[in-house]
Design a protein around this ligand. Sequence first.
Ligand code: SF4
Length: 196
Amino acid sequence: MDILNGFESSIEQLMGIYAEIDAQISTFQAATGLQCPSGCGKCCTNPEVETTPLEMLPLAWELLERGEANLWLDRTAEKNEQGVCVFYQPDRIVPENGRCSVYTWRPALCRLFGFAAVRTKQGKPELAACVRHKEIFPEIVETAQTSIEQGLALPIFADFAQQIANIDPELGRSRLPINQALRVAIEKLGLFRQFS
Ligand code: SF4
């Protein structure tokens, strides 16, 4: 398998994992009624969102296909690859509302946040609840946690992190600030597309 085909295979496997995450979250949401407040984008305003470069490969591929890769590399460079994700579009009227401009290709953490569990020391899943969910829907969050204790399934962060790392241990294990991870993904992919 040549390297470009290796990247294509990684992207295909990642999109399969993303579809599985989305399906598990839909089932969990239907069972609990837990949803994000309408229009909320608060989690994207965290300047410390981190992901692996591997998880940014589907988006990097899409940007290269659109001919927008250099544009976004410039935008990440303007921010020194730090701070809030370059793809977040804040709502001009409602504070804390906003949207992801690359929703289909967003990495695993952006999909899991608010709807996934960590394992306790005893190995039991515990909802890593979003602060806004806890503020606005405290009863739903509490009921969801009780249902999880009684066996309701939901995605587990560590399990998906392991699946992702298994695809490509070099690019899929270390987390970087999201804007930096994007740059690494575009550079890796762009280089191999250029010379393949
Ligand atoms: S990729 Fe999208 S969902 Fe993830 S932090 Fe950026 S704007 Fe938010």
